[in-house]
Each structure stands twice: as structure tokens, then as C-alpha cells.
Write a protein that binds this ligand. Structure first.
Ligand code: IMP
Length: 439
């Protein structure tokens, strides 16, 4: 048995979709464990590009079971659209056969989306730049104990009771904002309809994952977003609302301590969508060049991503708090053609120097990155398949990051395609899904 967690260790969009897709080839079960349809996992298969928001990336592999876990917030209407969209591309998606949904997953309801937008307006200059998908308000209701769970769809009476309990709060809130009330009967009817579609996928997810582990199956926990967006450990309040790292797996009903390996995914540079501190941000032509070359536009919202140099201070912190064993470095090809590269090795602000990430926005706001300069390379890397074939400067860049992070980087990605990968050997961990990736 091998259970692996793949987690982003920057501010999201690190290329997890591709890494998970590679690893899922030999996984029996792929579990999405946090976030919602704010995520956008892009996978390129042959000439076709798939963007998955809620569906685990294993859905593209025939024979792999896929589970949406208890820590995920599910917009049921968006999930139906995604299932239908992906079926339209010829991919088999069968609820109860290769796709399961945890009974304890919370639902994103239409008023959550509305609330997300209203809250952003009210925040004014302090806005977070959310994806507008209702993620934060759904998690908020989970904590306030007025959320609806997927299991509520299975029983009409329970559903009506839960809807009434929620609307007692929601309609007051909406009234206060001068917005129209939610029509209870219409909502109930819509929920019943969407429930009829999705309910065959309902499952006691924790029991299924634990059983798979007992049966020595290969389990892959698919992270969404990135550690620096974690609600507790990230750059609060400019974060998402869930536990992004392996600790989030606990909500799926599987003990995080039983996860055998944590694979981190980072880009060879940094991107961020939405507001919040970004010490290595490039606001000049260089940033624009990376954005264009790396096609850095949000997979979910289409927003241009903010781009900057690799931040060793932030990534080292993320590696530590997520307990990352080894790293996949993606988009290395995007750096080709830059004569010099910079990597942030410390921050400075208010007369202080930080080599350890200062976990708190007030500190980070006045911090400037201090860099180590490295040589760039001219060569196109998209066709390179071995570490030895890489230009010396690219190898030195990877080795510098490895040294600075204190963990191996056994896999490099040099393009969006499934085959555009460089494997460097097998340092640790021996599950077969690990071997599929060559790590
Ligand atoms: P929310 O998750 O929609 O509430 O957005 C909160 C913050 O997380 C915003 O800055 C979003 O841009 C960011 N965010 C959420 N999901 C992703 C993602 O998958 N990639 C990158 N940023 C994300």
C-alpha cells in the first residue's frame, strides 16, 4: 500500500493537475480532499486540454476510482455541468462506479456565491480577489453549523429542515443588504432535482478510503490551491478558506499520519492570483514576459496571474509546514531566454532580515526580497527528457533550489504535455504510483 499526498507549495497553480495525472496512472483511488471549484487543474492529454475544477484528476484514467472527500465544498450544479462537459469529451464518468462523493461534503448554494461577491464589494480596498465561487461563505456556514451536507439531499424531510435552518439566517442577511429573499420552495425543488443526478455517487468516504488502505491499494490525495493560500498557514487574510496541506486530509476521514509521502509541486518561478503580499513580484516587462511565455492566466477565472521570481524563503516554509518529502518542479522551460535569474534567499524590512518566512501579513507587507543571482540559459527545454541533456545553467538552477530547500527534486516538467517530463531517479518511497512518476 502506498498513500501519497500531492500538494502545491506556492500560491496555487503550480501544475498539480499534470503531476497528479501522471501519478494517477497507477493509483487505484484518487481523493480530492479540500477546496472546491475555485481550483482549476489543467491536464493536457494528446492534443486535448482538460480543465478540472471539482473532479479528481484520476477521472481521466480508466480504471481509477475517484472520490470527492468530506473537506471539499461542492457546488452541485457546477459539478453536474463539469460531469456533463467531461463526458462530452468522451471521458467515462459514472457516479457510484468511478466517481464518489462524500456524504459529509458541504454544499455551495446560490446564496454563497452571492455572499462571496457582496463581501468582496464590502471589503473595498481590502478585497481578497476571491474566485467568486462561494467557497469562503460555504466554509463559513460549515463552521457556523448552518451548512447543508451532501447527505441532506438524500432525505426530503431532513433537507427541508436544513434549508429552513439556513434560510432563517440567510434571508435576514440578504434583507439587510436590500437583496431579494431566497425562495425556499424553489431552492428545495432545485436541490431535489440536482440530488437525483448526484446521489448515486454518495458514499461514506472515510470508510472507503480506510478500506482501500487496508486492502493495500494505491491512494493518491489530490491537493488544491497552494500552501501559501492555506487558511491558517498562508498569507492570511489573503488566503482561501480551507486546509490546503496534508492536515486537510483528516476531514476526508483518513488519518493524515497514515499518509506515507508528501510530494510538493512548485513552479520554477512564482505566480499568484488575487490580492495579497508577493515579495518577489515582477511588475515590469520581465513579469509580463514570464506571464506570456508561461501562459499565466487563471484556469478558473481567466485572470492574468501576477508573476515573479522563485521565493526560497516562502517555499522552504511551505515545505516544512506541509512535511514535503520531495518536489516536482514545473514550467522550467518558461525560464529559457532570460540572461540572468534571481532567487529570493531572504527578506528585509524595518531593519530586520528574515531568512525564515515571517508567518504574518503585517511583517510581510513591508518586506523586500533579497536575491541570489544565477545564470540563465538560451536553449529551448521543451524537448529535453534527461537531466544530463539540460544546459549546465538549468542544472545549476535546479541544484541551487534543491540545496536551499533541503529536499530532492526528482521530477522536472518542461511543458504541458504528459510526456514533457524529466525523471532524475528514485530517491525515496516505493509505492507503485510513486514509481510511475519515477520518484
Ligand atoms: P477563494 O478560494 O475563491 O475564496 O479565493 C481566495 C484566494 O485564493 C484568492 O486570492 C484566489 O485567487 C485564490 N485561489 C483560490 N483558488 C485558487 C487556485 O486554484 N489557484 C490560485 N489561486 C487560487
Amino acid at each position: 500500500m502506498s498513500s501519497i499526498c500531492v500538494v502545491g507549495i506556492q500560491w496555487g497553480d503550480e501544475g498539480k493537475g499534470k503531476v497528479i495525472d501522471m501519478m494517477s496512472e497507477s493509483s487505484d483511488l484518487v481523493v480530492r480532499y479540500s477546496g472546491g471549484n475555485n481550483a482549476g487543474h489543467t491536464v493536457v492529454v494528446g492534443g486535448d486540454k482538460f480543465v478540472l475544477h471539482l473532479l479528481p484528476s484520476g477521472i481521466l484514467r480508466p480504471g481509477t476510482q475517484n472520490l470527492i472527500g468530506g473537506g471539499v465544498v461542492v457546488d452541485p450544479w457546477e459539478l453536474v455541468k463539469e460531469i456533463e462537459g467531461i463526458r462530452g469529451l468522451g471521458i467515462q464518468v459514472e457516479l457510484g462506479k468511478n466517481l464518489f462523493i462524500s456524504w459529509t461534503a458541504h454544499l455551495i448554494l446560490p446564496y454563497h456565491r452571492m455572499q462571496d461577491k457582496v463581501m468582496e464589494e464590502l471589503r473595498g480596498h481590502g478585497k481578497i480577489g476571491t474566485t467568486g465561487r462561494g467557497i469562503g461563505p460555504a466554509y463559513q456556514d460549515r463552521a457556523s453549523r448552518i451548512g447543508l451536507r451532501f447527505s441532506d439531499l438524500a432525505d426530503r424531510e431532513v433537507l427541508a429542515k436544513r434549508v429552513d435552518a439556513a434560510l432563517a439566517f440567510k434571508n435576514r442577511f440578504l434583507q439587510g443588504l436590500g437583496k431579494p429573499r431566497i425562495d425556499r420552495d424553489q431552492l428545495l425543488q432545485d436541490l431535489e432535482e440536482v440530488g437525483r443526478f448526484l446521489l448515486p455517487g454518495g458514499v461514506d468516504a472515510g470508510a472507503e478510503i480506510r478500506r482501500a488502505a487496508r486492502e493495500k491499494k494505491e491512494i493518491l490525495f489530490e491537493g488544491a490551491q497552494g500552501m501559501m493560500l492555506d487558511v491558517d498557514l498562508g498569507t492570511y487574510p489573503y488566503v482561501t478558506s480551507s486546509s490546503v496541506g496534508p492536515s486537510g486530509i483528516g476531514a476526508a476521514g483518513f488519518p493524515p499520519r497514515n499518509v506515507q509521502r508528501v510530494v510538493g509541486v512548485a513552479k520554477a518561478y512564482t505566480t499568484r492570483v488575487g490580492e495579497g503580499p508577493f515579495p518577489t513580484e515582477l511588475l515590469d516587462d520581465l513579469g509580463e514576459r514570464i506571464r506570456t511565455q508561461g501562459r499565466e492566466f487563471g484556469a478558473t477565472t481567466g485572470r492574468p496571474r501576477r508573476c515573479g521570481w522563485f521565493d526560497l524563503v516562502a517555499v522552504r516554509y511551505a515545505v516544512e509546514v506541509a512535511g514535503v518529502d520531495e518536489l516536482c518542479l514545473t514550467n522550467l522551460d518558461v525560464l529559457s531566454g532570460l540572461p540572468k535569474l534571481q532567487v529570493a534567499v531572504s527578506y528585509e524590512g524595518k531593519g530586520r532580515k528574515y531568512e525564515v518566512f515571517p508567518a504574518g501579513v503585517p511583517d510581510l507587507d513591508h518586506c523586500e526580497a533579497r536575491y541570489q543571482e544565477l545564470e540563465g540559459w538560451e536553449e529551448d527545454l521543451t524537448g529535453v527528457r534527461t537531466f544530463e541533456e539540460l544546459p549546465a545553467a538549468a542544472r545549476a538552477y535546479v541544484e541551487f533550489l534543491e540545496e536551499g530547500l533541503g529536499i530532492p527534486i526528482p521530477v522536472l516538467s518542461v511543458g504541458p504535455g504528459r510526456n514533457q517530463v524529466i525523471h532524475r531517479g528514485a530517491p525515496s518511497g516505493k509505492g507503485s504510483n510513486a514509481r510511475a512518476l519515477g520518484v
